[in-house]
Design a protein around this ligand. Structure first.
Ligand code: AMP
Length: 388
């Protein structure tokens, strides 16, 4: 596992307004980061292969190239004072090669840990925090012995590259295992982990942000997924204060372990006996934190920008409970049709040219005193009826 000892060298004490923040990745997270960076007075550059990417629409310049194109990363680094990223599957080695050209306050070990499930779970467990029981699995024989140990059902996940449920297989029965064995015949078995199936009561998450020295947390929220994609976030999660405190302590422990600069998300499983299990980490602002834009005194993107800029971080206060719902490709038309009837909908559109089914096109947030009722009211509009 990467050591974190070198990680403070890319930090800066206080980035002056007018400085340039380069963002690797030009999607919606980069866009909302860029909007925050903009009003703090920073200039923004974006690296993304798609011309006029969502973040580039609100940035000063775009390097149009693949995320792992070293020459393009060097060009972005040379034009920036600070480099950050909007997703975890960035080539950490490529970023290391430009560390003499530009500050990378988040470091690259945070990336190396969070983009590999074995490193990530080892890191989490080493800090005394629970994950699902897991075993490293590099071939079919190891899968057999891991299954004997963990039992079925179990979830097989690739070590790297998975997101939103991609690169996963749930093994519930012998037949599932046989089907997987047949699929893998003659193919290379990807480095994987096998996780015990967690019979959670619900899914939750918590965000923590840091500037390398001090760390602040956002409220624990409840998440509803549909077809492995986040559908809705209810903020705050209706849990005992003791549980919220435990989630907060876990977030602060991991933030300190990383000497975190920027925003980190912990995805959690909440057990019916009150246990909290970390599913995975995201070293960046997170879809479940979009509600913070309207509902908190400082949002997750501001916290990210302030954190990487070495600015002090105020404690984010929840100003109002809120419900956030994603607008996927198939929801764009119905949501737009109903927008005129819903002044309470704070709609964010990511500016993506191509509308595709299941593609995250935007989200909307509603501030409310009754989370359950608001969630029901949103479902009752029928805009999300395809999700069941
Ligand atoms: P992930 O790609 O790890 O974020 O997983 C995507 C979704 O699959 C999660 O949000 C859960 O709903 C489900 N899931 C993942 N791992 C497990 C597990 N070990 N047990 C039960 N459900 C899981």
């Amino acid at each position: 596992m990467p050591s974190l000892s070198e990680e403070t060298k890319g930090r800066i004490d206080h980035l002056e307004p007018g400085s340039v923040i380069g963002i690797v990745g030009g999607g919606q997270l980069g866009r909302m980061m860029a909007l925050s960076a903009r009003y703090h007075g920073f200039r923004i550059g974006v690296l993304d292969p798609t011309p006029d990417a969502p973040a580039a629409q609100v940035a000063d310049f775009q390097e149009t190239a693949d995320y792992d194109d070293l020459d393009a990363i060097k060009r972005l680094a040379d034009r920036s004072d600070v480099l950050t990223y909007e997703f975890e599957n960035v080539d950490a080695d490529a970023l290391d090669q430009v560390r003499d050209r530009v500050a990378i306050p988040q470091g690259t070990d945070l990336l190396r840990v969070t983009q590999d499930r074995v490193h990530e779970k080892t890191f989490i467990n080493r800090h005394g925090i629970d994950t699902a029981p897991w075993k490293q699995v590099d071939g079919l024989e190891q899968l057999d012995s891991a299954l004997k140990e963990l039992g079925m059902p179990a979830v097989l996940k690739t070590r790297t590259g998975g997101y939103d449920g991609h690169g996963q297989a749930v093994l519930r029965t012998k037949e599932d295992l046989q089907a997987l064995q047949a699929r893998m015949k003659g193919r290379d078995f990807p480095p994987s982990v096998l996780e015990g199936f967690v019979d959670f009561a619900f899914e939750a998450s918590i965000l923590v942000s840091g500037n390398g020295k001090d760390y602040v947390t956002f409220p624990m929220v409840r998440n509803e997924h549909r077809h492995n994609i986040l559908h809705m976030t209810l903020a705050p999660a209706q849990v005992e204060p003791e549980m919220a405190d435990r989630a907060r302590d876990m977030a602060l422990t991991l933030a300190d372990g990383f000497k975190l600069a920027g925003t980190l998300a912990l995805e959690l499983f909440v057990m019916s006996d009150g246990g909290l299990v970390v599913n995975e980490l995201a070293p960046r602002p997170h879809n479940s934190g979009h509600y913070t834009i309207e509902a908190c005194s400082m949002d997750q993107f501001d916290a990210h920008v302030r954190g990487i800029a070495g600015w002090p971080l105020p404690n984010p206060r929840l100003l109002s409970p809120a419900v956030m719902v994603n607008v996927l490709g198939q929801h764009v038309a119905p949501v737009r049709r109903l927008l005129g009837e819903h002044p309470e909908w704070y709609l964010h559109d990511y500016g993506k040219a191509e509308v595709r089914t299941d593609r995250k096109m935007g989200h909307l947030t509603v501030l409310t005193d009754d989370l359950e009722q608001t969630a029901k009211d949103l479902e009752a509009t029928g805009c999300w009826s395809d999700l069941g």
